[in-house]
Ligand binder design. Sequence first.
Ligand code: BF8
Length: 639
Amino acid sequence: MNIDEKIKAKSVDPASREMLQVAADQNIETVWERLEKQQPQCGFGELGLCCRICAMGPCRIDPFGEGAQKGACGAGADTIIARNLIRMIAGGAAAHSDHGRRPALLLKDVASGKNKNYELVDVEKLKAVAARLGIACKGRKKTAIAADIADIALNDFGKQDEETLAFVKAYAPVKRLARWQKIATDLSAATEKTIGILPRGIDREIVDIMHRTHFGVDHDPLSLIAQGVRASIGDGWGGSLIATEIQDILFGTPKIREATANLGVLSKDQVNIVVHGHEPILSEKIVEIASSKVMEKLARKHGAQGINVVGMCCTGNEVLMRHGIPIAGNELQQELAIITGAVELMSVDVQCIFPALAELCKCYHTHFVATSDQAGFPGATHIQFEETEADQCAKKIVTMAIENYDNRNHDRVYIPEITNSAMVGFSVEAILDALGGTPEPLLDAIKSGAIKGVVGIVGCNNPKVTHDFYHIELAKALIAKDILVIGTGCWAIAAAKAGLMQTETAKDAGPGLRAVCEALKIPPCLHMGSCVDCSRMLVLAGALADALGVDIDDLPLVGSAPEWLTEKAVSIGTFFVASGVPVHLWPMPPIAGGDQVMEILTKTAGEVFGGYFFVEEDPLKAADEMEKIINKKRQALGI
Ligand code: BF8
């Protein structure tokens, strides 16, 4: 297929390029065209200088110092920027943590016997989580242990006392916990105002942000950002971690396995069902029901060769990690999957789902099915998912997809024949297994310099950046420098599609990393899961820090969100920084209009937490900067 040069600039992914060409030929609009129509975008908004918090607004600050320097209430640039920024953190932390609440509630219902649609699949994980939380296991039924875990998790959401979250205390490394306490004490003494860093209730910290950013409450950039940090810790070491750990108990802890990635996983002659969004509770059932003999028979009756369930975004990552379900693509490919004309049904739950899909699906035979009470899509078919009727709901969805195969216009189908294989499933447990049960071999490789350090890459696609370009170039540059790359979310999907998660890719790594990968038979880029699974990276960092008797910020670790888009990514970046990890970002977040906010996030944070933000547009320069940081940390550790 001949691809226009303009399309090549939109994505480096060959399958996406083909589908963008198909879309252009059919005159179908995608996110790229819609973004183009938004140009030029508001310069005040880009710098973070627009305030819409009260009805005197919208107010804006003139970045050139000539016009207004204060909003109508008197709020200056840094107050406005800090308020806007922490509202982003609140949005991100709320999305992750509310996701975590669902499996916690489900665990409680499974434990009590109220929900018989699900089971406690991973008893080993159940006991490991219980041990962390100090719950006795000996001689007790697994349902009793599960009930205790669920109670502790649910209590962490709505706690009203000043005590730190149970999950934070159980999982954060000892030195980091003490550091957070000391930071709060020092900041409070310096400002003569009580500033907290350790999160109380997960929900409470989010409400606190909404309260203090309300008109006329907190105007101090430092205490505003400190609250953002507090809520982000409640997300990373609280809500997200609860999601990961309890989903592992309910659905199994990911193990290393082979899988396939990119739009070519859609099938020409099977019923294609795409599961898209973030919460795996329904998609687990869709995968199970779709693989049943009854459904297979029904699909054949309708002329299909079977049923092909594939994933998109993080719901896709969840079923990829646990079952090896092929992944069709990352965030910027959600529309492209529909444009293949081969999708009978796309089932969505929550987060990162374009509302444009509902209209787009009407141009094809595709059923667009929304399932969450929290996510309405005008134009979608809504099939309400209730956990207590999960089997029935999944049957209804799978049957609907099969029956829709009759309506497929085979002449209109275009599936790019492009896929790549990937080794996935690198939970902390799977990594430790691959290392022989302890982190020692990884630590030895780091100490010897075979692996110089580890970079965790997370986050999204953003049409302001050529799709997947930054993700791939950065990862390639890092592995060539003997830096192990781990990551989640849309980065992980980009890396899988680009072949960076194959053991053979070790040949493109530096000699040290290559030798380690070949000895352990692992790729140089490790898929650690969905975005809530950033908690897996925190747990790994914590385990390494504890094993060395140091704090996380002593370790040669760096984070990056190189094509970030969502508020969740802002929360993730912030909890990495709070945990002691320097974090690279691109595109530029909306903070550049405030000198004080910039200073706090790029410098003061480093002095206080050991982690800080830096921004770089060029992936090779970003990789150089990361190597510098890693070398500095190595030097300080004396390795
Ligand atoms: O949670 S990486 S675009 S899909 S926010 Fe969304 Fe960003 Fe993708 Fe998963 Ni994460």
